[in-house]
Design a protein around this ligand. Structure first.
Ligand SMILES: [Zn+2]
Length: 318
């Protein structure tokens, strides 16, 4: 049964890297392919351009530009199927034309090579989400991986405050998945725009540095933030083995009990995760997850919100 008429919005996939290889979105080894996006009713897919920390200094910005170029080239190859979206007008035009919207993100602030001005370059190419850190700490902020392993957490640096201010001015959403607890606190305190946590889960269900504590989820909700639930079995609760769709539903149920459903969205992390929950191995399975939410007692309106309405409201595109 189809639980929603809303298009599906997925706030994080790592498929950009796969687009550097032949085949692009037709590669059958990908989690995310054109066919699976269509079958799943996806209307908006965020493509994160993840820059490995191996790329340092100027090489990191160049790598980000290479990935952004690969996503843009894939979109350009598929007129009438994909459209790059960066604001309400382009989103509306995309949907009116029956396209799937592609929204660009950069994952890892080190992609800016320590220069706030590089964010302007990314923005000019359509990037509207910046994941402040990846696992590594960078010139702007401390990461959850670093803070979790080393036990030190410097939060946002003075340069990081400049970057957040510039992102706010440009209309680039700051994404705090991978950020350390203090970075999250610092950004919530200084950002003039609501922030995103695009692909994370609940620490109450599994203690992991990548997951958010109940207090962090409450703080995010209190500032009008948005949480995309990650499908990676290593972040999901441990009571079901192997992890399945129900393990993902458990995340939604927990957040709903804590702060309600307005904060909730999808943040699959497809093509960035080595394992997927049983029955949830690609975007074509999103409808099965929404069905499972219905069986768990979520109303049609709540499911519409999770499918995309909450994300579109957050972006100001509704
Ligand atoms: Zn990530």
């Amino acid at each position: 049964m189809n639980q929603t008429t809303a298009p599906i919005a997925d706030l994080h996939c790592d498929t950009a890297l796969k687009l550097l290889r032949p085949g692009g979105l037709e590669r059958r080894a990908n989690h995310v392919t054109m066919e699976k996006l269509r079958r799943g009713g996806v209307g908006l897919q965020v493509f994160a351009c993840w820059v490995s920390p191996r790329h340092r200094r100027r090489a990191a910005a160049d790598r980000a530009l290479e990935l952004i170029g690969a996503v843009r080239a894939e979109v350009a190859k598929r007129p009438g199927a994909l459209a790059l979206v960066c604001d309400r007008a382009s989103w509306r035009a995309c949907r009116a034309g029956g396209n799937i919207g592609v929204l660009l993100a950069v994952e890892g602030g080190h992609a800016c090579d320590g220069a706030v001005g590089n964010l302007d370059t990314f923005h000019a190419l359509g990037v509207r989400i910046l994941t402040l850190t990846w696992n590594n700490r960078n010139a702007f902020a401390d990461s959850s991986h670093h803070a979790g392993k080393r036990g030190t957490d410097a939060g946002l640096s003075p340069l990081g405050r400049e970057l957040v201010a510039r992102a706010n001015a440009l209309g680039v959403t700051i994404d705090l998945s991978h950020s350390s607890p203090r970075t999250l606190r610092d950004v919530l305190a200084c950002s003039t725009r609501p922030v995103l946590v695009s692909h994370s889960c609940c620490a109450a269900l599994r203690r992991h540095h990548r997951n958010l504590t109940d207090g962090q989820i409450q703080a995010l909700a209190g500032r009008g933030g948005l949480l995309g639930v990650n499908f990676y079995p290593g972040f999901l609760g441990t009571q079901r083995d192997p992890a399945d769709i129900q393990s993902v539903v458990d995340q939604f149920v927990h957040v709903k009990k804590l702060v309600g459903t307005d904060i909730l969205a999808l943040g699959s992390d497809f093509d960035g995760i080595s394992k997927t929950p049983q029955g949830l191995d690609g975007p074509d399975k999103f409808p099965d997850l929404l069905d499972a939410l219905g069986q768990a007692g979520f109303t049609g309106e709540e499911i519409d919100g999770i499918a995309s309405r909450n994300a579109l409201r957050f972006l100001g595109w509704d």
